[in-house]
Design a protein around this ligand. Structure first.
Ligand SMILES: NC(=O)c1ccc[n+]([C@@H]2O[C@H](COP(=O)([O-])OP(=O)(O)OC[C@H]3O[C@@H](n4cnc5c(N)ncnc54)[C@H](OP(=O)(O)O)[C@@H]3O)[C@@H](O)[C@H]2O)c1
Length: 258
């Protein structure tokens, strides 16, 4: 039985990855922060081999998780670096500690885990790594300034590293979803799912299962990048047509009152 590891598997897109890979017969190593959610998942999904609880915004906990993974002797065939979150608001009004946690999770933990899985899979001679970025990584986004920058990092880093790994049997793919209906939108006082208005309202969001399905398809096809769904591809393509300053002011207006 092949094994897949997913970070942030306790909800949203990560949970959808876990469900789809379970259907495909993978044994699962599931990561999350919340121990209760992890044990419920382990009871509800088939073939959960191991659960790992770690706050990946804390570098010591990333170290402990890597040590735990060293005890897993069978090959890890698929690793999905999915855990991440976004801080919405004017950068000067965000809490310094929250910004640091977001950078540590979205950038530092993903960078360390990518290195760990790539080295391990290169020894095996095979494996797939899928890193979750965002369409937000394709242009600067006022009120999502640091979050969008973390996702630009994920896209740039993953695509560059993928080429370094080319002859090792290890593929790396960057998945950049747009608005997707998950727990991501629980910004303080800003979840407009019920009102149905605003840029991020529920009616504009994709289904996480669909995003995960397209992400897995791209990963198994060993594509360098996947921007799932036409609408997301269209917005990313606009960056090539319109000047950066025009895109910035479009996003400034769209993001100010979400
Ligand atoms: N939803 C969107 O519109 C959207 C769009 C583009 C990209 N993305 C990206 O997709 C990925 C998955 O997000 P989602 O939309 O599925 O959101 P979600 O439903 O909020 O899920 C986030 C997952 O990440 C985990 N996580 C959060 N903070 C963590 C931390 N400090 N340490 C370890 N795990 C942590 C959570 O674990 P616990 O619940 O156990 O704490 C949860 O499993 C993220 O990288 C996000 O940036 C989302």
């Amino acid at each position: 039985m092949k094994t897949a590891l997913i970070t942030g598997a306790t909800s949203g897109i990560g949970l959808a990855f876990a469900e789809l890979l379970a259907q495909q017969g993978y044994g699962l190593i599931l990561h999350g922060r919340n121990v209760r959610k992890l044990s419920e998942l382990s009871a509800s999904l088939p073939n959960v081999q191991l659960t790992l609880a770690a706050d990946l915004s804390c570098s010591d906990e990333v170290t402990v998780m890597i040590e735990q993974l060293e005890q897993v002797k069978q090959p890890i065939d698929v690793a999905i670096n999915n855990a991440g979150f976004g801080l919405y608001g004017k950068h000067t009004e965000l809490k310094e500690s929250d910004i640091a946690a977001m950078l540590a999770l979205n950038v530092s933990a993903l960078t360390r885990l990518s290195r760990y899985f790539a080295e391990r899979m290169a020894v095996q001679g095979s494996g797939h790594i899928l890193n979750v970025a965002s369409t937000a990584g394709y242009q600067p986004q006022p009120y999502f300034a640091a979050y969008a920058a973390t996702k630009a990092y994920v896209a740039s880093f993953t695509e560059a590293m993928a080429l370094e790994m080319k002859s090792s049997g290890v593929s790396m793919t960057c998945l950049s979803p747009g608005r997707t209906d998950t727990g991501f939108f629980t910004f303080e006082g800003k979840d407009d799912a019920k009102s149905g208005t605003g840029t991020f309202s529920a009616k504009h969001r994709a289904h996480p299962q669909e995003i995960a399905r397209l992400g897995l398809k791209a990963m198994f096809a060993e594509k360098l990048r996947e921007i799932p769904l036409f609408e997301n591809k269209f917005y990313v393509f606009l960056n090539r047509l319109l000047p950066r300053t025009t895109m910035l002011s479009i996003y400034e207006r769209a993001m100010k009152n979400i």
